[in-house]
Design a protein around this ligand. Structure first.
Ligand code: SF4
Length: 412
């Protein structure tokens, strides 16, 4: 989008009117639900094209990387499909030049005070269930200097919170520096003026670089927050998933997080209904969720993906049982989340105000990432807080997934 803007093109993200001369759909091909959503979106806009409301439809991203030939056959009314490495071709089709010097130039689709910073692309792990390496290729880290330039540009535009993402954050640097270098990157990013929060998403448990925890504990800018998909806890399932991890090692790692960074918020995601998951293995997972008391937790029903190693196994847990297992885990977690949130009543947190909607301002603590975690609601009929600014908030009420609070004073 930054490249298009530099070519004087008008670009709108998720246009509410859904009209314009060219629509570019960036697809996801990760699991069944994501593929379905992508296909429905393509069909929706092909329909708009047939009604004469848009001139052209281009499709890019992971789904078209993975299934280009099938899609060309099944939905031929799309003008052109592009893979994940075809940005220059896509720009050419949009009558714009690809300019290498503009790498890192972005048109943000997030509110101006936070931005995602992609620090690496691709993945070298062998997780049996995962199609991502088939679509995104081998792990490729962006050098520290380039990321610092990008972060500095973002900060100059008003970004205060950087959300670091990659398929595998903790592998960062291995390909270009021959060592895990996430801690080195963090040590450089904290020096960027204007960046106040740095948040880490998608860490991998095996070989977790512990120096990251030291930086997190020492630097107030690195949020005491980690998103680490753990997928399962039963040893046999973990082995079949090829995660290089075990029940015991996982617990030791969680304990290390909590010892080194007291008060750290841990977010994880799990998969239920993996091939051959027995009732007993699922019970072990449930008990572990009860015992671990994660701050945030999401659950996916296993999706059988062709060309993955797990696709050689039988997808033998029924959809109904998968659904039931998802809801059993979420029920346990919602009680934990409620209890953890209740403990916050009467405490004060520094919050970043994201937006105003209806009668409330919506803010977040350092323990909450946008879209996926808790929000702190502030009554806009009684208080005024500035969007994009930090404010101290006293928590007065709490439910499972939201907090309500009163601003004490603006921090800035
Ligand atoms: S680490 Fe994540 S992206 Fe990489 S193969 Fe495993 S699940 Fe997929």
């Amino acid at each position: 989008m930054g490249q298009l803007k530099a070519n004087n093109k008008e670009v709108v993200h998720e246009d509410a009117k859904e009209e314009g001369n060219i629509v570019v759909i960036n697809t996801c091909g990760f699991i069944g639900d994501a593929k379905e959503e992508s296909i429905n979106t393509i069909l929706h806009f092909v329909d708009k094209k047939e009604q004469g409301k848009v001139d052209k439809v281009f499709v890019t991203g992971c789904l078209s990387e993975r299934y280009k030939t099938d899609l060309e056959k099944e939905i031929p009314n799309v003008d052109q499909y592009f893979g994940t490495h075809d940005l220059p071709l896509l720009l050419k089709a949009l009558k714009a030049d690809y300019k290498h010097e503009l790498v890192g130039e972005r048109l943000l689709t997030t509110p101006r005070h936070f931005a995602y910073l992609k620090i690496a692309e691709g993945c070298d792990r062998p997780c049996s269930f995962c199609a991502i390496p088939l679509m995104r290729g081998k792990h490729k880290s962006t050098p520290i200097e380039e990321l610092v330039v990008e972060a500095t540009k973002l900060a100059s535009k008003g970004v205060k919170e950087l959300i670091l993402i990659a398929q595998d954050l903790t592998y960062y640097g291995f390909d270009i520096y021959k060592k895990r270098a996430l801690a080195d990157l963090l040590n450089e990013l904290v020096k960027v003026d204007g960046i106040e929060w740095i948040r880490l998403h998608y860490a991998y448990p095996t070989g977790f670089p512990e120096d990251v925890l030291d930086v997190m504990a020492a630097s107030p800018k690195v949020c005491n927050y980690i998103d680490i998909p753990l997928q399962h806890i039963n040893d046999e399932i973990l082995q079949s998933m090829r995660r290089g991890n075990s029940h015991q090692k996982t617990n030791e790692l969680i304990q290390k997080f909590r010892d080194k960074v007291p008060g750290i918020a841990i977010r994880t995601t799990l998969i239920v209904g993996y091939p051959n998951e027995t009732e007993a293995q699922f019970e072990e997972l449930k008990q572990w969720v009860r015992d671990s008391r994660f701050d945030r937790l999401g659950v996916f029903a296993y999706s059988h993906e062709e060309d993955t190693h797990a696709a050689t196994l039988e997808d033998n847990v029924s959809d109904e049982v998968k659904k039931q297992r998802v809801s059993e885990i979420m029920e346990i977690q919602s009680q934990i989340s409620f209890e953890l949130n209740q403990e916050k009543i009467g405490k004060t947190f520094t919050c970043l105000v994201d937006r105003k909607e209806g009668n409330y301002f919506y803010a977040r603590t350092e323990f909450d990432s946008p879209d996926v975690d808790n929000e702190v609601l502030i009554d806009a009929t009684k208080y005024y807080v500035q969007i994009g600014h930090f404010v101290e908030v006293l928590i007065t009420e709490a439910s499972e997934y939201d907090l309500i609070g009163e601003p004490i004073k603006n921090k800035e």
